[in-house]
Write a protein that binds this ligand. Structure first.
Ligand code: 5GP
Length: 190
């Protein structure tokens, strides 16, 4: 998506060699038109799959996952992030490190929202080490649902997450891939 690359170059800032700040497009505000384009792109890439639900993680995954679900005509489920000391018997729960917050949070999905009848598409904003994705995949597996694919807006391909998921056999589609943030410069793949 060339338009997305242009917007990233214009609006993102490099925090350090591992972290990009992209508040205007993904993490603190939403461009509805561009987000709908992202949703259309994911929907067309996964058009051949029998998707019954789109799933994401709150909060930054929700807009693009919503746009994708709207295009596919299926419901959207989002995992809640909670810090909890109590067990949640009615929910699937996985503990994951948060890349940007430096803390550990629990991903929680109510059991009644996901079942073995579901074929899900996991959509998210950014993949770094893949911890959030692996946590959500465990939840999907616990529910008995089938994971039909993973769509990520921005893959930082110099970090291990996307590659690790592909090596596990998952289909991972990303809209833009950044191969480096060294020297305060955003370098795309291709
Ligand atoms: P992972 O679990 O793959 O290490 O990190 C995924 C989550 O951390 C994403 O959903 C995203 O919200 C956040 N994240 C990872 N890398 C970045 C980054 O460079 N910038 C921002 N703003 N968020 C990031």
């Amino acid at each position: 998506m060339d338009i997305l690359k242009e917007r990233i170059l214009k609006e993102a800032s490099v925090i350090n060699a591992g972290v990009l700040k992209l508040d205007s497009l993904l993490n603190h505000s939403v461009d509805p038109q561009l987000t709908m384009e992202m949703g259309k792109e994911f929907a067309s890439r996964f058009a051949g799959e029998p998707i019954t639900k789109v799933i994401t993680v709150e909060s930054s995954g929700i807009p693009v996952a919503f746009a994708t679900a709207l295009q596919l005509g299926v419901p959207l489920v989002f995992a809640r992030r909670k810090k909890t000391l109590l067990g949640e018997p009615d929910a699937y729960c996985e503990r994951v490190p948060s890349f940007t917050k430096g803390i550990v949070t629990d991903l929680i999905v109510s059991r009644h929202l996901l079942s073995k009848e579901d074929s899900v598409l996991f959509i998210d904003d950014i993949i770094a080490n893949g911890d959030a994705a692996r946590g959500l995949i465990k939840i999907i597996e616990q529910s008995g649902a089938k994971l039909n694919g993973i769509g990520i807006v921005l893959e930082k391909s110099f970090q291990a997450g996307g590659k690790a998921l592909r090596e596990l056999g998952f289909r991972v589609e990303t809209l833009v891939r950044i191969q480096s943030l060294e020297d305060n410069t955003i370098t795309f793949e291709d």
